[in-house]
Design a protein around this ligand. Structure first.
Ligand code: CP
Ligand code: NVA
Length: 308
């Protein structure tokens, strides 16, 4: 059966660890100057973007290219999708030309429809619900920094319904991390759904209202924007709820009471979810996370596209 990557819930713990190990291998190879690895020779990958992207688009494009394939990016406006052609027709057409479809969409259901009708792998480049490729780069970064993931305590501050948190939580449950979420109660994630989706839960997830309690003794403090793409019309009400309490400030970093890493998927809104001095500070590993998007993209392409 054709495998797709719409969410990390679809992978076992062993598969996740294999992807992370492969990512580390690709990083080592590239550090030694070995870029042209050739696994996608003769293949092409369609990338559909309904929303803007810097890291995902650049890293995925370079990953396909360095692996010998042809990356083709289509914005929503350039496709007939922008004029109402349904994902199901787009999937059946692109399946006849390309070897994989990667897509960043407004609605997660669009990805599910693409996958149902595609005869080639469909890879989620971010939806309103889930951002699996980001979590892979996040856990690769954690693995590099700590040497292990199991038992690592991660505190996510801000929007508990955020797509980046969704993936971070599911992978964290599978990989044995302790994920704490500090959020206003009306933005709490559905932890029963997260646990059900993760299936095998070696880690844990816990909810907090007070961010200062949530960061006590943690290894990692993570945040993302308060207003995600597609939520711009909710901006005023969201900012009112999240600020000033849920901003990651130097005081919050200190409240961990121990050395801590600061993580953010980027792009960041300085002065909103994080202060500039934290983003630019010594705890911040945000650009290493961004770099790791390239190596993890290669691992995903190897696993889902080259070896299929
Ligand atoms: N982190 C992330 O997905 O960034 P982009 O939106 O720039 O792709
Ligand atoms: N939560 C953000 C992530 C961007 C990478 C958004 O969806 O806009």
């Amino acid at each position: 059966m054709q495998r797709h990557l719409l969410t990390l819930a679809q992978l076992t713990q062993d598969e996740l660890l294999e992807l992370l190990e492969t990512s580390l291998e690709y990083k080592k190879l590239r550090a030694r100057g070995l870029r042209r690895t050739g696994e996608l020779n003769g293949k092409s990958v369609a990338m559909i973007f309904e929303k803007p992207s810097t890291r995902t688009r650049a890293s995925f494009t370079v990953a396909v290219y360095e692996m010998g394939g042809l990356p083709v990016a289509y914005s929503r406006e350039e496709l007939q999708i922008g004029r109402g052609e349904p994902p199901r027709d787009t999937a059946r057409v692109l399946s006849r030309y390309h070897d994989a479809i990667a897509a960043r969409v407004f609605k997660h259901e669009s990805l599910e429809e693409l996958a149902s009708f595609s005869s080639i792998p469909v890879i989620n480049l971010l939806s309103d619900k889930d951002h699996p490729l980001q979590a892979l780069a996040d856990y690769m970064t954690i693995l590099e920094k700590f040497g292990h993931i199991s038992g690592i305590k991660i505190s996510f501050i801000g929007d508990g319904r955020d797509n980046v948190l969704f993936s971070l939580a599911i992978a964290g449950l599978k990989l044995g991390a302790e994920v704490r979420v500090a959020s206003p109660p009306q933005y709490f994630p559905d932890i029963n759904e997260l646990k059900r989706l993760a299936g095998e839960a070696y880690g844990s997830i816990k909810l907090y209202i007070n961010p200062f309690e949530a960061v006590e003794g943690v290894d990692v403090i993570y945040t993302d924007v308060f207003v995600s793409m597609g939520q711009e019309h909710e901006r005023d009400s969201r900012i009112k709820v999240f600020l000033p309490q849920y901003k990651v400030s130097r005081e919050l970093i200190k409240a961990a009471g121990r050395p801590v890493l600061f993580m953010h998927c980027l792009p960041a809104h300085r002065g909103e979810e994080v202060d500039d001095e934290v983003l630019e500070g010594k705890e911040s590993v945000v650009f290493e996370q961004a770099e790791n998007r390239l190596h993890t993209a290669k691992a995903v392409l190897k696993f889902f596209v080259a070896e299929r």
